[in-house]
Design a protein around this ligand. Structure first.
Ligand code: NOJ
Length: 755
């Protein structure tokens, strides 16, 4: 069998935008396992029939193995003994062919020789780091996102990993919540599309290839709705919001065949997700008929006691397994209580059998029973991890993820005629920060900083001056004078500011999301020189930077762009790549505006008609209602016009569809890509609907002067919502449609009527 590229990516390949198959295929692609589902079912049943209760419970335990591969210690001895006794189903945090092989060998000493699953948080790359997931979402480029996940999977699988705890498909609407960096932003439709792309990227079309890993849709469910944006907090959510906003990306992942789900740390309307039978039994395994297994989050079964939902660990085990949590991650709760609970008749053996079956099925599908070392080839590991094509793909992804927020007087792109550039700021030379949080095997030495990228691109004829100016946090202005002196000497200033890599992520919620420290003060001092200032902002979440937003000449939002970020930034700053990223999350003006996601906005009974006329209107007296940067916003070095809206028919019935088309023209001087967005509003309904909701988008590439016709199809499904009795209904009547370049930049408007 030869290396085959995912079909969806083929067009990109022909355009020369992706590394070719010959280059990506270091070797023949190892075939997925060929066992039929019926074979697998038979083998699972045979094995289950041979297992003791203790061995069954063993499959439901997962432990972190950071200490297992080092020198002897107590935990290592205990874990290795448990593995040899068949008391462990999976390990996390053991990686690399050498180490995983060593531990797998212990599992094969157990009575039934059931192989372990090796899992890891491969969130945005394994060795080659891609932009953080939120940044990738800013590309609105599903093929590229799928490729990113595929490259990450290929590297991880070559390194002995079978299973990644990704994608995180939680809709993240609150920038205070540190984990917004891990998802696809605030919009449900975009998140669902990206969830599908990532699952297919990680897993391939069918599980079992040794260039793929099992994916895990997490965190089920509503983790992103944590009260006050505080991580691990309670969630109180209407059923409509749950179904309409938070569940669709999970459904999309399930439909794409995601092998596993992870539940979440939060409660949902009083019941912890880990022990939530409505979520796991009724919806996931019931209504959706999901065949994979559910792993708990780290210690979340044990935490049922801390929440005050279970009396003790045994009670927690009973509640979690009853609610459908199949595997206990690092909780040591199932291991301690489950067998006894079954013996006492408090938990039915059928529940345990069902969980074990789900896990064994995946081990068979991965081919581990045929060869437990399929993912353990040291030669392949070396080859794949050093494949330069992986880095090329990461650079392309980083280019696509950058968002141009401002560009006055065409300050960007930087011209080749510039002789002196002053690169200033605490992140200018940083490597580690570019990778962001959630790196698992990254090597800082491989990261290209912005300084390195610009140095390389600027060439010999351009001097690249540098001053740090200040640190990210802290209040020292001691470096300002030198920074200003350096800037005065240059034609243009590029200022690199932002958050450090560890300021956003898990357990990194913040009440103040301003650019930290004195970085804005540094900006003001530089601006006072009169030189043009281009600001590159790094961060894992929307940040607030008022002076920069108002006074900078140009702003490029870099997110955390990954190991090739410095190169990609230089590509964009110099215009070798025309930026096309669009914000997947709203940037507020201040924290008090949160929740401010674009689709959480309603007309209200007293809408604000004119900014400033706030009397008895739904408004603030100290800030506008509008965000700093809206969902879907992002500039280009060229300009696009939208014209000739055509609606194929004014009315539709159930079962019919309407084609909505328009002409998109590149009116500028350079080639570029535009993400055209379709929004709908149901202006009169049995439940009040948001002002606009994204229903479709297209990313279109146009040469200067070129026009293309873009067509969206509207059917009943696009008009539907969950009504007060949770039925998915499209109510007859008029629907407003809006097509634009951002959620606040609508260029064409029309209407259709559902009869
Ligand atoms: C806790 C996080 O919530 C989850 O996303 C992650 O996969 C696990 N830890 C394992 O590292």
């Amino acid at each position: 069998m030869t290396f085959s590229f995912p079909k969806l990516l083929l067009p990109l390949l022909f355009l020369g935008l992706l590394p070719g198959p010959a280059a990506m295929a270091q070797k023949k692609k190892p075939a997925p396992t060929t066992a039929s589902p019926a074979d697998i079912e038979r083998r699972v049943a045979d094995l289950l029939a041979q297992m003791t209760l203790e061995e069954k419970v063993g499959q439901l335990n997962q432990y972190s193995g950071r200490e297992v591969t080092g020198p002897a210690n107590d935990r290592k001895n205990t874990l290795l003994t448990s593995i040899r006794n068949g008391q462990v189903g999976s390990m996390l945090n053991v990686k690399g062919v050498h180490d995983t092989r060593e531990i797998q060998a212990e599992a094969l000493k157990s009575r039934l020789k059931i192989p372990l699953l090796f899992s890891l948080d491969v969130i945005h790359g394994y060795q080659t780091t891609f932009p953080i997931p939120l940044a990738e979402a800013a590309s609105w480029d599903l093929d590229a996102i799928r490729l990113g996940a595929h490259v990450a999977a290929r590297e991880a699988a070559a390194s002995g990993i079978h299973w990644t705890f990704a994608p995180m498909v939680d809709v993240g609407r609150d920038p205070r919540w540190g984990r917004v960096m891990e998802g696809a932003g605030e919009d449900t439709y975009l998140s669902a599309q990206i969830a599908r792309a990532r699952v297919l990227g990680f897993q391939g079309e069918k599980l079992g290839g040794t260039d793929a890993v099992m994916a895990c849709a997490k965190h089920f469910a509503a983790y992103g709705a944590a009260t006050a944006g505080r991580d691990y907090n309670a969630v109180d959510l209407s059923p409509q919001q749950l179904w309409e906003t938070y569940l669709p990306p999970f459904k999309a992942a399930a439909d794409a065949g995601v092998a596993t789900f992870m539940n979440s740390f939060n409660t949902l309307n009083g019941i912890p997700a880990t022990s939530n039978a409505y979520l796991q039994r009724d919806i996931l395994k019931g209504q959706w008929q999901y065949p994979g297994f559910v792993v708990s989050d780290w210690g979340s079964i044990k935490e049922l006691v801390t929440w005050g939902y279970a009396a003790d660990k045994a009670d927690a085990a009973k509640k979690a397994v009853t609610a459908g949590s199949d595997m206990d991650m690092e909780g040591d709760v199932y291991s301690q209580s489950l067998a006894q609970l079954v013996k006492d008749g408090r938990v039915k053996i059928d529940l345990v059998d069902d969980a074990v079956r789900r896990i064994l099925r995946k081990k068979f599908e991965l081919g581990l029973f045929d060869d437990a070392y399929r993912f353990s080839d040291e030669k392949r590991e070396k080859q794949v991890l050093n494949d330069p094509q992986n880095r090329a793909a990461a650079r392309q992804m980083a280019q696509k993820s950058l968002v141009l927020l401002k560009n006055e007087n065409a300050t960007l792109p930087l011209g080749n005629q510039l002789r002196k550039i002053a690169l200033i700021g605490p992140i200018a030379k940083s490597r580690r920060d570019l990778d962001g949080s959630w790196t698992v095997n990254a090597d800082t030495a491989r990261i290209t900083s912005l300084y390195d990228g610009l140095r390389q691109r600027a060439g010999k004829a351009t001097e690249l001056l540098y001053a740090k100016g200040c640190t990210v946090s802290g209040d020292s202005r001691a470096g300002f004078d030198q920074a200003v002196a350096t800037a005065k000497n240059a034609d243009v200033i590029v200022l690199a500011v932002g958050e450090t890599w560890d300021m956003t992520g898990e357990a990194k919620s913040r009440t103040d999301i301003h650019l930290p420290g004195v970085q804005e003060e540094l900006f003001k001092a530089l601006k006072a020189t009169g030189k043009p200032v281009v600001v590159v902002v790094f961060g894992g979440r929307p940040l607030i930077f008022d002076a920069i937003a108002e006074q900078a000449d140009a702003i490029l939002y870099a997110w955390w762009p990954g190991s090739e970020g410095g190169l990609a930034l230089a590509d964009v700053l110099y215009g070798d790549y025309n930026p096309a990223g669009k914000l997947p999350i709203t940037f507020p003006r201040n924290v008090g505006q949160i929740p401010i996601a674009y689709n959480q906005q309603y007309n209200t009974g007293r809408p604000l008609l004119k900014p400033g006329e706030n009397r008895y209107r739904s408004a603030y007296i100290d800030a506008p209602n509008t965000p700093r940067y809206a969902f879907g916003y992002g500039l280009s070095y060229t300009a696009f016009t939208y014209s000739d809206l055509k609606i194929s028919r004014p009315q539709l019935k159930a079962g019919e569809s309407v084609q909505v088309s328009f002409t998109l023209t590149n009116t500028g001087k350079v080639a570029g890509e535009e993400v055209a967005q379709l929004y709908l509003r149901d202006p009169v309904a049995s439940l009040v609907r948001p002002l606009r909701e994204l229903k479709d988008f297209r990313k279109i590439s146009l040469k200067p002067g070129e026009s293309k016709t873009v067509t969206f199809t509207i059917d009943k499904d696009k008009l539907a919502f969950y009504n007060s009795t949770l039925e998915w209904v499209a109510e007859p009547g008029k629907f407003n449609l809006m097509i634009g370049s951002a959620s606040d930049d609508i260029r064409l408007e029309g209407a259709v009527e559902l009869q």
